[in-house]
Design a protein around this ligand. Structure first.
Ligand code: 2AM
Length: 190
């Protein structure tokens, strides 16, 4: 299985979506997938807001990261998803995402605390953080068709963040393959 390289574990830190927002967004992404099959749309169960991609870590390093994450003391905060955005060429974006209408500063601050824990555990510095919830990745390099308007999603309170293990290329019950994300630890915000 290629989530493990020489015993190392592929992992990342993220904010999870509540079940209600996940379900609404999941239905929207199914509609998008019918419009734009040249994109790989994230399955509802995989939706998350990445705070820090950790890559493949030795288990001792992952333990140090986990200990550092457990020492983070930050307050809960409200978050609201906003409009669609993209990375890459405007007409044929590489990645489609949803931005934050609320909670962007708090998320950025939390990501900076996570980054500190990673550096203390011996990881290389990450690229600058830009809060976004990835919805789809291009698999064809073709132009992006017009998408249905995104749903309005209720804001919610983020009361924890999660360390995930990523297992690549798991077969899906409905066919095809995608990553499977397994929560390793959840860290409460105060
Ligand atoms: P993103 O989709 O929010 O950009 C789990 O794989 C998460 O880690 C992905 O959702 C992705 O975040 C991020 N990620 C995956 N591969 C990455 C890479 N090579 N560099 C940086 N972040 C990556």
């Amino acid at each position: 299985m290629d989530d493990e390289k020489g015993g190392r574990i592929r992992s990342f830190v993220a904010v999870e979506l509540p079940a209600g927002q996940r379900a609404v967004l999941g239905r929207y992404l199914e509609a998008c997938a019918r419009c734009a099959p040249g994109y790989r749309w994230v399955p509802a169960e995989n939706l998350h807001l990445t705070l820090r991609f950790l890559g493949h870590l030795e288990s001792a390093t992952l333990d140090r990261v986990r200990e550092g994450l457990a020492r983070i003391r930050e307050p809960r905060f409200r978050i609201a998803l906003g409009g669609l955005g993209s990375f890459g060429p405007r007409r044929a974006p590489r990645v489609l995402w949803m931005g934050l209408a609320e909670g962007c500063d708090e998320c950025t601050h939390l990501a900076a605390q996570v980054e500190e824990a990673c550096l203390a555990a011996g990881l290389e510095p990450d690229r600058p953080f830009a809060a976004h919830l990835t919805l789809a990745r291009s698999q064809s390099r073709g132009t992006l068709p017009e998408l249905p308007p995104p749903p309005r999603l209720e804001p919610w309170t983020v009361d924890a963040f999660t360390l995930f293990r990523s297992q690549l290329n798991q077969p899906r019950p409905e066919g095809g393959h995608s990553s499977r994300y397994l929560p390793l630890a959840r860290f409460a915000l105060s």
